[in-house]
Design a protein around this ligand. Structure first.
Ligand code: F6R
Length: 614
């Protein structure tokens, strides 16, 4: 996590860096800092958000500096504090660094440096790295670029770094392993950032560094790229990125989360555009078409993901087994990678990730590839590490998701999964034409149906007012609605800090039912497909224990309605599509409750959008 921004060119660096940091705050927001540079350097940093940093940067510090680095932090080593904030300076004060990632062997390096007279002000691994660079620079009489390169061959961990040195005031050195780093190429100016959003109004020409790549960016010599491990000079690949300013701004909504909830109809349309052809009964996902034999011959599919993306994986398990009759397992990437999973050549591993940077998911992919699996990535962020590490894949095309709680990323992941399920069923000959046609047609109408569901916002706001002070919530669903219940509970807990649990409704009687009383609101997803009668019985069991029931039902439902305290109706669709529709009111419920409790829904405490630590 953490976001880094840098600028070297002819404009004032300060406003570019501050604006860039604000766009990257989704990556971490417990402290922020900046170094600005011409002949002399200044470093200002503080615990808190970028807005707090702005308050303490003096006009003198800002003016006339055309080179600078900034950082917004998500603490790993050391609590959020002024001292632990980045940039970190070397002991001489000459070298400054901003870092996103973790240096795992920092303790042993710190010991060597301490033995050589270095001292440390912070608890961070980053301060160790900048002093290692300085130690190498002075002891080996190296340039800053050489010193960075040698230092990086000695560290274990992950990093995207930008480094400046007052001995070379016209240069920035950047490097990457495991954490993302983009460089925007302007006319005689360069922008450095964790993703391209900080510089899209200046240039769309971007170089994404790959692992083990570094670059020296200099006013005189421009952009020179090298391999960290072999010293080789590399030829950078410049990409034209398609990101508009509008898509990363709030467009009149109070919060990104609300904007992104309302973007779901258009995001889902973008997901299936050009892929779903209802009239010809055809689904064209190029990553599948180019690898048909791999999917046809796969003995099983393993899905690896974290958090919300893992919930999407559960829906895939239900659908792929049902429609394509392929055994599917869904694993938390963080568990999968640390055990010794049985993965054989020819197995398909699907990695699901909005950011495409989640460290555990990335490590799971690496392990799966080592074992000979074919890896298919479902990612939102184009060009992300997971997208690049996969053998093939499908982008969700949801557009930037900036609110930390995933909303449109989830429903667009489900859209890709539904298309994949249909296509795999077609390839395996396990889905009949009629079913394919019915689901495909309904999928095409989903954006319209979601627009309808979004109109229940006011009703949900009222419900939220009634339950905003609850301490616990239970979310229940069966079949495809079980992952939807898990996702509803995660949404509530992460943005409102109310404890919430998702359960398969029938599991309730094996323990959780003991929790139910008049103080426990229960959200039940009880749509009319699947095991409807069974869930009606479950709702009855809850009612007889006096819980308040908020139910999500199919339009026109009678049986669940009479048992419920509040009813939210969604249109009738086939089972596999219900999690998409049911997610909309659940997202809105969490949003309103969190707002009423005074929480910052876009930046919930302790969280970050892109989890690049393990
Ligand atoms: C919850 C949420 C997280 C992410 C998880 C994985 O709203 O956003 O649980 O789903 O951190 O992130 P990605 O999908 O980027 O791999």
């Amino acid at each position: 996590m953490c976001g880094i921004v840098g600028y070297i060119g002819h404009r004032d660096a300060y406003p570019i860096i501050i604006k860039g940091l604000k766009r990257l705050e989704y990556r971490g927001y417990d402290s922020a800092g900046i170094t600005l540079f011409n002949a002399a350097s200044v470093v200002v940093k503080t615990k808190g958000k970028v807005a707090d940093l702005e308050q303490i940067v003096t006009p003198q510090a800002k003016s006339g500096k055309t080179l600078g680095l900034g950082h917004t932090r998500w603490a790993t080593h050391g609590i959020p504090s002024d001292l632990n904030s980045h940039p970190h300076l070397s002991n001489s004060g000459k070298i400054a660094i901003v870092h996103n990632g973790i240096i795992e062997n920092y303790a042993s390096i710190k010991k060597i440096l301490t033995d050589n007279g270095y001292h440390f002000k912070s608890d961070t691994d980053t301060e160790v790295l900048v002093n290692l660079i300085e130690y190498i620079k002075t002891s080996q009489k190296a340039t800053i670029g050489q010193a960075v390169q040698i230092a990086l061959t000695q560290v274990v961990g992950a990093y995207a770094i930008a480094v400046v040195d007052t001995d070379r005031p016209g240069e920035v050195v950047v490097a990457k392993l495991g954490s993302p780093l983009a460089v925007g190429i302007g006319k005689d100016e360069y922008f450095i950032a964790s993703d391209a959003s900080p510089f899209i109004e200046y240039t769309n020409r971007t170089i994404y560094l790959d692992d083990n790549e570094m670059a020296v960016i200099s006013r005189k010599k421009g952009f020179k790229m090298y391999s960290i491990t072999s010293d080789k000079v590399l030829t950078p690949k410049v990409q034209e990125i398609q990101l508009s300013l509008e898509t990363i701004e709030k467009s009149g909504f109070d919060y990104f989360m609300l904007k992104e909830i309302h973007e779901q109809p258009s995001a889902i349309t973008d997901t299936f555009r050009g892929r779903l052809h209802v009239d010809t009964q055809n689904i064209n996902i190029s990553g599948i078409e180019q690898n048909k034999a791999v999917f046809e011959n796969a003995q099983r599919i393993t899905i690896v993901a974290c958090g919300t993306s893992w919930h999407a994986g559960l829906v895939a398990e239900y659908l792929f087994e049902d429609a394509a009759r392929i055994p599917v397992e869904v694993e938390y990437a963080s568990e999968f990678r640390y055990r010794n999973p049985v993965i054989n050549k020819g197995d398909v591993v699907i990695a699901i990730s909005q950011s495409g940077e989640t460290a555990d998911t990335l490590a799971a992919i690496k392990l799966a590839k080592e074992k000979g699996a074919f890896v298919f990535g479902i990612c939102n962020v184009v060009g992300s590490s997971i997208a690049r590490a996969s053998d093939a894949g499908a982008y969700t095309h949801a557009g930037p998701e900036i609110g930390v709680a995933s909303t449109k990323a989830f429903t667009t992941q489900l859209t890709v999964i539904i298309m994949m399920g249909l296509r795999l069923g077609q390839l395996k000959g396990t889905i009949d034409k009629h079913d394919f046609d019915r689901v495909a047609k309904q999928l095409e109408t989903l954006p319209k149906l979601i627009e309808g569901v979004l109109t229940c916002d006011k009703q949900i706001e009222k419900i939220a007012r009634e339950y905003k002070d609850a301490s616990n919530f239970l979310y229940l669903g069966r079949g495809y609605n079980f992952p939807a219940a898990l996702e509803g509970a995660l949404k509530l807990k992460e943005i409102s800090y109310i404890h919430a649990e998702g359960y398969p409704a029938a599991e309730m009687k094996h323990g959780p039912i003991a929790l139910i009383d008049e103080n426990m609101p229960v959200v039940v997803i009880a749509t009319n497909k699947g095991h409807y009668e069974k869930i009606v019985s479950n709702v009855q069991e809850i009612k007889s224990r006096n819980a308040n029931i908020i139910s999500i039902v199919t339009k026109g439902d009678e049986s669940v309605k009479i048992l419920s305290d509040h009813v939210i109706e969604i249109p009738e669709v086939t089972e596999a599509l219900v999690p998409i529709l049911a997610s909309i009111p659940l997202q809105l419920l969490s949003y309103h409750i969190a707002i009423m409790r005074g929480c910052n829904v876009d930046q919930p405490r302790n969280l970050a959008k892109s989890v690049t630590v393990e």
